[in-house]
Design a protein around this ligand. Structure first.
Ligand SMILES: [Zn+2]
Length: 78
C-alpha cells in the first residue's frame, strides 16, 4: 500500500495497481485534499493549455470492486 500516492485505491487487483503506479502519466488520481479517487475521462485544449474532465470512480473498472460511494464522494466534496 502506498498511502502517499494511491491510499487504499489500487489494492483490489493487480490491474488497477499497475494502471495507477506503472503507467506514465496515469489518468487515475487521488485528490490530496479530500481523498476522492478520480479518473480523467477527457480533455480539451484551451488558450491556457489542456483542461481535463474527471469523474469519481465508484467501482474498479478491472475487477468490479466497490471503491467508494456517491454519498461518500458527495460528503467529501461539499
Ligand atoms: Zn480492481
Amino acid at each position: 500500500m502506498q498511502p502517499n500516492r494511491s491510499g487504499v485505491f489500487g489494492t483490489c487487483c493487480v490491474d488497477l495497481k499497475a494502471a495507477m503506479a506503472d503507467v506514465p502519466e496515469s489518468t487515475f488520481r487521488v485528490e490530496k485534499e479530500n481523498g476522492v479517487f478520480y479518473l480523467v475521462v477527457g480533455y480539451m485544449l484551451t488558450e491556457d493549455g489542456p483542461a481535463f474532465y474527471d469523474q469519481a470512480v465508484l467501482f474498479c473498472p478491472f475487477c468490479g470492486t466497490s471503491l467508494q460511494t456517491k454519498e461518500g464522494v458527495a460528503a467529501r466534496t461539499n
